[in-house]
Structures are given as structure tokens and as C-alpha cells.
Design a protein around this ligand. Structure first.
Ligand code: GAR
Length: 206
């Protein structure tokens, strides 16, 4: 384990319950050797900004609308993250695809959470996709980010059964419960230096 805490930058677009779960785990000492140095939102009205204020974490709005293209926005994002010394980028409901400019700046050091058991149901509306397909089980996945859509090496997954009377809302609520368990766990393993990527496989050392 390194002596300096891993500097974590969190990117959000909305509510930020996953950010909250990770911030709570850090504050409670369930994640050792990590520190959130900034939270960045591409939306000025994201409630996650308010959550960051409550945790005394610098909260920044970087609106994508002011940029001509994805690469230009991502370059600004990289600069901001580097200014805050970030070593691990945590996407917590950040509803934008990342360009190579961002992915290459943090190799195997960007994590995302997706509300399905990847590689099933990537992209938008994963819960709706699962309900429409008629699967009995879905869940959530924490993975490293590559330049594809939800295609990077998988770190953690949790299964959520689909109930006969589930709606997108009821299913999302139960998936969220599992997300709040596995995302802090994935961050904990990263901060402890226990994750190693080999091809598509993520090895977790003891
Ligand atoms: C989470 O359910 C996460 O899996 C999903 O957004 C939600 C954010 O919730 N992410 C994606 O769909 C990314 N493709 P939160 O703002 O309460 O953490």
C-alpha cells in the first residue's frame, strides 16, 4: 500500500447517490488510503454538487455546452482533474461518452458503474432494456473504462432478480442498493493497490 492516499476525482451528471456511498465509505474508514479531491459535474443543476458541499469536497461545474466537440471538452476535463492531482477517476452517473483524450490520460484508472450485468444491455436505459428483453436476472457492473461504450475490463458485478411486477423505478431502486455496495468495494480495492488488469481480466490480489 502506498503511503500517500490515492487522489480520487468523481464525475457526475445527476443525483450522486453512488458518489455519496463512496464518500461515506471513505469518511467511515471503510476505504483506506483514498481521498476525493474534487467532484466535477457537466450539469449545473446536479444534486451531487450539493452532496459534495456537505462533505466539504470541492465541487466544480464544467458544462459541456461551451465546447465545440467531445475532445475539446475532455481535454478541459483532463486539465482540471490533473490540477486536483487526480489518480483515479470515478464516473458516478456521468452521462457522457469519453473520448480517447480522456481515456489515454488515465490508463486503467477510470472506473464506471453501469446498471446491468455487462456485456448485456450497454448504453442508455439499461433497466428498461432488461425488462423489455424479459431476463430473470440483471444487476450492476463496475468496470474500467476504455474507448468503447461500457466495454472495459470488469472489476465487480452484483446480480439483482427481476420480479414479476417490476417497473423501471422499482428495479432501478434495487439495483442502486447493490451499486452502493460494490462501487465503494471496487474503489477500496483500487486504493489498496489490489487490482491488476491483464487483457480483459481484472485480477484481485489478496
Ligand atoms: C446509476 O444507476 C448508474 O449505474 C447509472 O446512473 C445512475 C446514477 O445514479 N449510470 C449509467 O447508466 C451509465 N451508463 P446516482 O447519480 O444516484 O449515482
Amino acid at each position: 500500500m502506498t503511503s500517500q492516499p490515492v487522489a480520487i476525482g468523481v464525475l457526475v451528471s445527476g443525483n450522486g447517490t453512488n458518489f455519496q456511498a463512496i464518500a461515506d465509505a471513505l469518511e467511515a474508514g471503510r476505504i483506506e488510503n483514498g481521498r476525493i479531491t474534487c467532484l466535477i459535474s457537466n450539469k449545473a443543476d446536479a444534486f451531487a454538487l450539493e452532496r459534495a458541499h456537505r462533505h466539504n469536497i470541492p465541487a466544480i461545474v464544467l458544462d459541456h455546452k461551451g465546447y465545440p466537440n467531445r475532445t475539446a471538452y475532455d481535454q478541459a476535463l483532463v486539465a482540471l482533474l490533473k490540477e486536483h492531482g487526480v489518480q483515479l477517476v470515478v464516473l458516478a452517473g456521468f452521462m457522457r461518452l469519453l473520448s480517447p483524450a480522456m481515456v489515454e490520460a488515465f490508463p486503467h484508472a477510470i472506473m464506471n458503474i453501469h446498471p446491468a450485468l455487462l456485456p448485456a444491455f450497454p448504453g442508455l436505459d439499461a433497466q428498461q432494456q432488461a425488462l423489455e428483453y424479459g431476463v430473470r436476472y440483471t444487476g450492476c457492473t463496475v468496470h474500467f473504462v476504455d474507448t468503447g461504450t461500457d466495454t472495459g475490463p470488469i472489476i465487480q458485478q452484483a446480480v439483482v432478480p427481476i420480479l414479476a411486477d417490476d417497473t423501471v423505478e422499482t428495479l432501478s431502486q434495487r439495483i442502486h442498493g447493490e451499486e452502493h455496495r460494490i462501487y465503494p468495494e471496487a474503489v477500496r480495492l483500487f486504493c489498496a493497490g489490489r487490482l491488476r488488469v491483464e487483457g480483459r481480466r481484472v485480477h484481485i490480489s489478496a
